[in-house]
Design a protein around this ligand. Structure first.
Ligand code: ATP
Length: 370
């Protein structure tokens, strides 16, 4: 199904300082007909964290590798701090890019202590810093990641979360302009992941460090990033603040990928979108009879038990802090809503539903979708 967003107003972004400029990046490995990246452009401000989000195979790692200098782009440019790193006839090697990299598998040297692993990141500055300067910087970054007491341990004597903080300390040690993190939390269990994502954000902010954080976990991206880029099939489908991506997705794909959502069939009548749950004013003129879908997040639906209600509860899932209800409308459309545990509603009960969304995004449907 193809659908386009029609409620987004043209965005005029205020001017902001630029640290990283990615312009028209394209990449194909063997067949130019199947590009892995297409026309990817964005900028990153100093100290800003970009969460690069998208399903497996959409090109996130390839984009990160091009910025890091491990791969050359087939088209386009990468500029960091006003210096061209990749472009026509230009390809700065990774060690000359002022970027630090953190990998999913930590990539620590098992035979080196934590302190020596971190000092390894300072190899290029060993001469200028001297031995005591290296030791001082190692101590400084270990303190920043909260592991100042573990310098003499070896990686196998640390938990996965601690190893990843050491990998981050090693990347931060040479004071790069930009840190690139490729799925850094994927190898950790859920509880450690949740704790570490807040710690990583805190550490990056304390170091005033710009970063690109690649993940396919939407909750992780929303929690860590100042800006989110959603990728699909090598294209940057939407770029913006987490709040905008969440509440004003540019496409149905972004809406579904970022979080579960209801898509309510709608039709244009006069000056409103008419749906089974009521009418919503048109954000902009539409042709009468135009078909569309309103996006309403699950938490925006309110349930009220009513024996005369037009919706029926078909299923109920216990989510720990709340229930998730599956509802059927008179036309057979399925909707999902969340409600507190205090007043559980039984499967089969009739309910009334209201939506708190004042101006939900609408995806108009083309003729081929109808
Ligand atoms: P994942 O989340 O699974 O890591 P991703 O979004 O990071 O996926 P990439 O690793 O960038 O995706 O891969 C994008 C596409 O490019 C995939 O179809 C992949 O098979 C292809 N690809 C990546 N590297 C190469 C290569 N060296 N040669 C050929 N194809 C490649």
């Amino acid at each position: 199904m193809t659908a386009t967003l029609n409620s987004a107003l043209p965005q005029t972004a205020p001017a902001r300082p630029v640290l990283l400029r990615v312009e028209g990046l394209g990449k194909y490995f063997s067949s130019p007909r199947r590009p892995v990246l297409q026309e990817v452009s964005f900028t990153l401000a100093p100290g800003e964290i970009l969460g690069l989000l998208g399903p497996s195979g959409c090109g996130k790692t390839t984009l990160l590798r091009i910025i890091a200098g491990f791969d050359a782009p087939s088209q386009g440019r990468v500029e960091l701090d006003g210096r061209e790193l990749s472009g026509p006839g230009v390809l700065a090697p990774p060690e000359r890019r002022q970027t630090g990299m953190v990998f999913q598998d930590y990539a620590l040297f098992p035979h080196l202590t934590v302190a020596d692993n971190v000092a390894f990141g300072l190899q290029a500055q060993r001469k200028s810093l001297g031995k005591s300067g290296v030791q001082a910087r190692v101590k400084e970054v270990l303190t920043l990641v909260g592991l100042a007491d573990l310098g003499e341990r070896y990686p196998h004597q640390l938990s996965g979360g601690q190893q990843q903080r050491i990998a981050l300390a090693r990347a931060l040690a040479p004071r790069p302009s930009l840190i690139l993190l490729d799925e850094p939390l994927s190898n950790l269990d859920v509880q450690v992941r949740q704790r570490l994502r807040h710690e990583i954000r805190h550490i990056l902010k304390a170091a005033q460090m710009a970063a690109i954080f690649v993940t396919h976990d939407q909750e992780e991206a929303l929690a860590i990033a100042d800006q989110i880029g959603v990728m699909r099939g090598g294209i940057l489908e939407q770029w913006g603040a987490p709040e905008d991506i969440y509440s004003r997705p540019a496409s149905r794909f972004v809406a579904e990928f970022v979080n579960q959502a209801n898509f309510l069939p709608a039709q244009c009548y006069g000056d409103c979108w008419r749906t089974e749950l009521g009418d919503w004013p048109l954000p902009r003129p539409e042709a009468p009879g135009q078909a569309g879908e309103l996006m309403i997040r699950e938490e925006e639906l309110r349930l009220r038990p009513d024996p005369e209600g037009t919706l029926i509860i078909r299923d109920r899932q216990f989510l720990g802090r709340e229930y998730r209800y599956c509802l059927e409308t008179p036309s057979g459309c399925q909707l999902h809503a969340r409600a507190p545990l205090e007043t559980p509603l039984p499967v089969g009960a009739r309910v009334q539903v209201s939506a708190s969304a004042a101006s939900p995004p609408v995806f108009t449907l083309g003729k081929e979708d109808a």
